[in-house]
Design a binder for this molecule. Structure first.
Ligand code: FAD
Length: 387
């Protein structure tokens, strides 16, 4: 195996601490959370109390000014354990960065410390029933009123952390006639009149994740809640595009960690399980299958680690991040499928982590931009037209 060079001993010490937290505060409860369809809020409060939320935010805003590798460690550990209900990464590494990068000083001071403590849970609402891949087609509107506030109307769907969320970054058209150039981001709080959270969506996997619909009916959003203030009105699409490399890389990081975990579980299982008087591991098909999967996951890990290095140096471009997202999530699904096969009938039983990991993996090719959209982005960067 190729040694990883990304992490220092401090990162590894943090990995131990975070793994202990997962063992104590997540593992014993995750199955019950899958059954109820959401995680208990206490797991957010506990993470906040341990300083595990929004670690990369500056200390002045409640974070630890940690480098992004600490978040990478968290993502890997959550993926390794199959704790797919836990929405820390989206909260800490997608929602909070929007506020840090584009928010006004008042917005940073108001929201980031509460996100870091777990007092507030964050979500981002881009997708709508009729607009997912085609975000320019967003129908939700936020029309400026005489007093400077915005009247928000529309609905969102598939929103991760949506049912628990106290703060939602909402993508809306402030100038509906201007397409992408009329898009803004609004900070919408749970108790704003007219904002309602719909049902938790029943899903193939991610059973403990509170993915929800959101509805906005004449919500009066104060001018102070336009992300970045007036200077950022109609600049929302640019902000969304700028954040894509990191958001896509996060999916790739979890894909590789999940795939490796699946291989590890399967190696242990095939050594134990006997058929025709011999361990499943003794069959050439088993050994070659696992050897092929491990080779591909190793290749993926080296590529993703390199992308992470580029990201740290601020030089990861969107096309390369899209390659990482599409290729590793395709690989993740292939690994899960082959590993389930090696578990036989037990691989179809919910009590086995491999079965849950198989179900959880499928969405990785869909969200964060579908893998077809990734190929659009890559091919455009190659100078190949497309629409
Ligand atoms: C569990 C889950 C969690 C999610 N979390 C969030 C969240 O927190 N926030 C949020 O905003 N959204 C979230 N989403 C939404 C997700 O990002 C969208 O589902 C995704 O972008 C795809 O959009 P769509 O579902 O509208 O599919 P569509 O856009 O309708 O796509 C349907 C099919 O058409 C293909 N297609 C579309 N356009 C093209 C093209 N130009 N060329 C070739 N093929 C194309 C797609 O690849 C796909 O195969 C989540 C989704 C799920 C399932």
């Amino acid at each position: 195996m190729i040694d990883r060079t990304l992490f220092t001993s401090d990162h590894e010490a943090f990995r131990d601490a975070f793994r202990k937290f997962c063992d104590k505060e997540i593992a014993p409860f995750h199955e019950a959370w899958e059954e109820q369809g959401y995680v208990d809020r206490t797991v957010w409060e506990k993470a906040g109390a341990h300083g595990f939320l929004c670690m990369t935010m500056p200390e002045a805003y409640g974070g630890s000014s940690a480098d992004k590798l600490y978040s990478v460690v968290q993502m890997e550990e959550l993926a390794r354990g199959g704790y797919s209900g836990i929405g820390y990464s989206l909260h800490s590494e997608i929602v909070a960065p929007y506020i840090l990068h584009y928010g006004t000083e008042a917005q940073k001071l108001t929201y980031l410390p509460k996100l870091a403590s777990g007092e507030m849970i964050g979500a981002i609402a881009m997708s709508e029933p009729a607009a997912g891949s085609d975000l320019q087609g967003v129908k939700t509107t936020a029309i400026k009123q005489g007093d400077g506030s915005y009247l928000l109307n529309g609905s969102k769907t598939f929103i991760t952390n949506g049912w628990h969320a106290d703060l939602v970054v909402v993508v809306a058209k402030t100038n509906p006639a201007a397409g992408a150039k009329g898009t803004s981001l609004l900070l919408v709080e749970r108790d704003m009149p007219g904002f309602t959270v719909g049902k938790r969506l029943k899903k193939l996997g991610l059973k403990a994740q509170d993915t929800s619909e959101l509805f906005f009916s004449d919500v009066a959003v104060p001018a102070a809640n336009l992300l970045g203030g007036e200077a950022h009105e109609n600049r929302g699409f640019i902000c969304l595009m700028e954040q894509l490399p990191w958001e896509r890389l996060q999916i790739a990081i979890t894909a590789v960690a999940s795939a490796q975990a699946a291989i590890d579980w399967t190696v242990a299982y095939v050594k134990e399980r006997k058929v025709f008087g011999q361990p499943v591991a003794s069959y050439q098909n088993t050994r070659y299958t696992l050897a092929e999967l491990q080779t591909q996951v190793q290749v993926a890990r080296v590529f993703v680690d390199k992308c992470t290095e580029l990201l740290a140096g601020d030089t990861l471009d969107t096309a390369t991040a899209s390659m990482a997202k599409y290729w590793t999530t395709d690989l993740q699904c292939k690994v899960m499928d082959e590993c389930v096969q090696l578990f036989g009938g037990y691989g179809y039983m919910w009590e086995y982590p491999i079965t849950r990991a198989y179900a959880d993996a499928r969405v990785q090719r869909i969200y964060g931009g579908t893998n077809e959209i990734m190929k659009e982005v890559i091919s455009r960067a190659m100078g190949l037209g497309g629409k």
